[in-house]
Design a protein around this ligand. Structure first.
Ligand code: M6R
Length: 366
């Protein structure tokens, strides 16, 4: 049932191109120039009239929410707040009938996310679910939603659900922007077209697997890892760090790259691997200077760069090349090598990758 793979996690990492194709089926048209989400058609009035979106989630799903926030705010000019469901439900938050609450949950059973949804419902908010498990508890209490359709995820470490969630959030932001006319048609077309090409580019990224397996052996000594990224890459840094800690038990922290000099830089020495997402986008120069700061303190830099970057390859210790895409879609590609890095480090250390200690696939108690 692992389809020839040694672990479900690796199988699920490799399924991502197909999962994202399934997630987009019937939603992104075959020409790659239009996005249709049935929830947006059916509940247009609620979604377009919302004064604010609040996204509630936990763990990896919360990281996807941070990416969704940037897209919904950027494309649709709707204010978005991202909340840990566990914090939101207990702090008497302001929720009104003008809010749309988006609940993101792979399992659809996470106790805190479910409780946050019920609380928001009591206050009259419109509830939109983004889930994977069909017919699970959260979709049953929402007003509408979009399934991510990535198939069952067995590995405790969430992989394909994350890219599925980000894909749905991208489609939601695009569909709303089109309705609200907050984005030029040219820009809309360009992003939809690129989204349509993501599964093919994911296949290219997956070819890095055996090389990342080799690279991972070099880093099993580490007791700490730092992950840095900016903008859309900041949640990717958080997600990379979470993957590493949950399956390899190496302490890892994700930070917005510019925050490094406000504290974490003190940790850097020759024993500290620093993973930097340094793709060729608006933040490139600034992230490049962060890499120089890490190198000046003898940190080991593993950089994720856009194919053809010859500046960072001269400075970083290890370079992982990604196909070019537009900035908002980079998380769909950049997350995959970080999943593979965490996976291989954990395997090298002999850890139980699919069922890490102390963790359950869905957290149905608080
Ligand atoms: O099923 P959910 O998406 O609600 O689960 C949320 C978290 O428990 C989950 O993402 C967890 O953080 C994963 N083990 C991370 O890989």
């Amino acid at each position: 049932e692992k389809g020839g793979y040694p672990h479900f996690m690796l199988k699920e990492i490799f399924e991502q191109p197909e999962c994202i194709t399934n997630c987009m089926r019937g939603r992104v048209n075959v020409n790659g120039d239009n996005v249709v989400l049935s929830a947006v058609i059916d509940y247009k009035q609620y979604l377009l009239n919302a004064k604010r979106f609040i996204i509630v989630a936990c763990g990896t799903s919360w990281h996807a929410a941070l990416i969704g926030k940037q897209m919904i705010e950027g494309f649709c000019r709707i204010p978005v707040e991202v909340e840990y469901a566990s914090e939101f439900r207990y702090r008497n938050p302001v929720i009104t009938k003008d809010d749309v609450v988006i609940a993101i949950s792979q399992s659809g059973e996470t106790a805190d996310t479910l409780a946050a949804v019920k609380l928001a419902r009591q206050h009259g908010a419109f509830i939109y679910g983004i889930c994977n498990a069909i017919g699970s508890s959260i979709p049953r209490v929402t007003d509408t939603g979009s399934y991510i359709h990535v198939g069952p995820e067995i590995g405790v470490a969430s992989t394909k659900a994350f890219t599925g969630q980000v894909t749905v959030l991208t489609m939601l932001a695009l569909a709303l922007a089109k309705e609200k006319e907050t984005m030029s048609y040219e820009c809309y077309r360009k992003i939809v077209k690129e989204l349509h090409e993501i599964p093919g580019k994911m296949r290219e990224v997956l070819k890095l697997n055996s090389w990342i397996a080799d690279l991972s052996r070099t880093f099993t000594y580490a007791r700490n890892f730092l992950y840095l990224g900016r903008g859309y890459s900041y949640p990717v840094a958080l997600e990379g760090a979470l993957k590493l800690k949950e399956i390899s038990y190496i302490h890892a922290e994700g930070y917005p790259a510019a925050e490094m000099k406000h504290g974490p830089i003190a940790l850097i020495d020759s024993d500290m691997p620093v993973v930097v997402i340094a793709t060729h986008n608006g933040m490139y120069e600034k992230v490049l200077s962060n890499i120089q700061e890490v190198k000046a303190r003898k940190g080991k830099v593993i950089a994720l760069v856009t194919k053809g970057d010859d500046t960072i390859s001269r400075i970083a210790d290890e370079v992982i090349e990604l196909p070019d895409t537009i900035e908002c879609l980079e998380p769909l590609l950049a997350t995959i090598p970080l999943q593979m890095l965490a996976y291989h480090i954990a395997v090298c250390k002999g850890k139980n990758v699919d069922q890490p200690r102390n963790l359950a696939k869905s957290v149905t108690v608080e």
